[in-house]
Design a protein around this ligand. Sequence first.
Ligand code: FES
Ligand SMILES: [Fe+2]
Length: 292
Amino acid sequence: MGIAYADRRLVGFRTHSGQIGILDASCSHMGADLAGGRVVEESLECPFHNWRFAVDGRCAAIPLSTAIPAFARQRSYPAALVNGLVFLWNGNKALYPLPFFEGLKAEDCVWAGPLNFHLSCPWYLVGANSFDTQHLYSVHERELLAPPVIWSPGSHALASRTVARVGMGKWYDRLIRVVSGPEATMTAINWSGSLVLVSAQLKRTTTYGMVSLRPLADNKVLVQIFAWLPRSRWRALHVLGSLAASIRLLLIGQFLKDDVALLNSIRAGVLNLVEVDRELARYFQWISEGAL
Ligand code: FES
Ligand SMILES: [Fe+2]
């Protein structure tokens, strides 16, 4: 399948043995789109002259030639298959293992999603949301009960934690208060700017939301949201687990709906912060340093 990523086009495929390949989609021979090709055993075959490329980008075969020139190679991207989802690393080598929610293992969870939002704003403004203290009041009706805490849980990550009282004005907040409790501790760990793991802990429930940010051309971004939930030990309850994850996703979607409308109205080029934006300032500095 073809994948749009920033101003590039990539292709993703799965070989017969189950390996995942993510390559530049433009064939190194004459530029045909490899997304129109087919998988042949352990490689992806170009639809034009049938050159075959392995998951590491190496050209494995040229039908009418025994010699394989050095240029016959696709750029490849490290990929991880986790619980049916493919994550790709935007670089030659993954600099750290794929992160997950603290205390949970992906294989012990179910997920629902994605909820997709195509936004017309620079990608890094989406991740800024969890460091935007002012908007918690103005957009989400959350009243902070303590100052936000910002820390770096490791290289390539920046985290925020807020403790807030849930509002009463919106139907989903009223539902959350009844079902889960009135106080929410929200922890968001942003990895390299493009993967945000959010856990919302209330008295009776914890919700795990995963936000993937994929930059697109023309300063646009695809935001994909997944809700994760630890899987029940009882197999018969697995369907209920999936249903519960879908309900969480619905609530996350409602929570983010107002963010989406506002982010969509932002254009790059205006950033004038004040003292109360100190967490935002820290985030933007981190992003500008390469999210290290
Ligand atoms: S363009 Fe791909 S093999 Fe020729
Ligand atoms: Fe928000």
